[in-house]
Design a protein around this ligand. Structure first.
Ligand code: ASP
Length: 335
């Protein structure tokens, strides 16, 4: 029986990194997609691979247009007959790329993102294991209709909830509150929840090349709105605030939020790393109720970086009405 075809697109990151120093330090991305695939024992038995190097970047230097080009490449791979698609990249921004892809991935076929915490030359390199898990996930029928998945350390996560929660550990990814949806055990991919997803956003023709400016500002003890006040509303297409607790800011910063919200969409998220923004609990100046009254919109269960990408994706279509922001966060910001 012939094996299914999986397209592997490489974007760089630690998984593709090597060192030219004797002590293995100062690693940089160098490896091509075909070298990554060649380093995985037993891959041939799982899939026939079409490998393509899309970029060779450390993931802090990836950007939305690069990810949108990877999306277009993944679509064309499926149109050419791939059963599933795998993208490899650096772990630092993987939670963001995966969610941006998920917002627009309108195919049934699995699109799986993975990476590694140890370089290809390190003892116990995790890249080959993660890539094998990702390919297994990509060929599995039960992975269809689940949007974009993240395969890492034998676990499978939904793109919208997964975050990098450790800077060094090989189990660096977690889906706070909801947990991973699957595991790869003895070569079998097993899901604990039925398939299903929020429908993808429609991508208007030509929008792939747009790049709206949607900054993310985190608040801190004693924040008087100094950073927000320095941002000119006509320079941005929207802004996300990573607020305290359930999405709160100081009374002084709340005034800056209100000023901006009269001009552009302002979304507040929780900087805690787990749990949703509030709706009806607190009534003080800078609370969630106050920020909504000033025109801002709560991100719900989306983390600040994912809320920023949703707002960015909405801004691709041009200026976004507050009602549309509310409606999209209502649907996409909850399980
Ligand atoms: N530490 C990162 C990684 O694990 C580097 C990067 O994101 O490119 O891949």
């Amino acid at each position: 029986m012939s094996t299914p075809t999986v397209a592997i697109g490489a974007l760089g990151g630690t998984i593709a990194s090597t060192s030219s120093a004797d002590d293995g330090s100062e690693i940089v991305p160098t490896l091509s997609a075909s070298s990554l695939a060649a380093a995985v024992p037993g891959l041939d038995a799982v899939a026939s691979v079409r490998a393509e190097t899309l970029a060779t970047l450390p993931s802090p230097s990836l950007d939305e247009p690069t990810i949108m080009r990877a999306l277009a490449w993944a679509r064309s791979a499926v149109e050419a007959g791939a059963t599933g698609v795998v993208l490899t990249q650096g772990t630092d921004t993987l939670e963001e790329s995966a969610y941006l892809l998920d917002l627009f991935w309108d195919r049934q076929e699995p699109l799986v993102v993975t990476g590694a915490m140890r370089s290809s030359q390190a003892a116990g390199a995790d890249g080959p294991a993660n890539l094998l898990t990702a390919v297994r996930c990509a060929v599995e029928t039960a992975s269809r209709e689940r949007g974009v998945l993240v395969a890492f350390d034998d676990e499978i996560h939904q793109a919208r909830w997964v975050s990098k929660t450790d800077s060094m550990s090989t189990s660096a990814f977690r889906s706070a509150v909801f947990g991973p949806i699957g595991r790869c055990v003895e070569a079998e991919v097993v899901y604990g929840v039925p398939a299903g997803r929020v429908p993808a956003l429609r991508l208007s023709r030509g929008a792939e090349s747009e790049d709206p400016r949607v900054p993310l500002v985190a608040t801190y003890l004693g924040d008087d709105g100094y950073v927000l006040d320095a941002i000119r509303s006509d320079d941005i297409d929207g802004i996300v605030i990573a607020g305290f607790g359930a999405g709160h800011v100081s009374a002084r910063m709340a005034e800056a939020v209100g000023r901006l919200a009269r001009q552009v969409p302002v979304v507040f998220a929780s900087r805690t790393g787990s749990g949703p923004t509030g709706r009806a609990m607190y009534g003080y100046p800078g609370s969630e109720i106050d920020l909504v009254a000033r025109g801002a919109v709560g991100a719900g269960w989306l983390s600040p970086v994912k809320a920023r990408l949703l707002l960015w994706a909405l801004a691709l279509r041009g200026p976004v009405a507050r009602a549309d922001v509310v409606a999209e966060f209502e649907v996409r910001g909850r399980p």
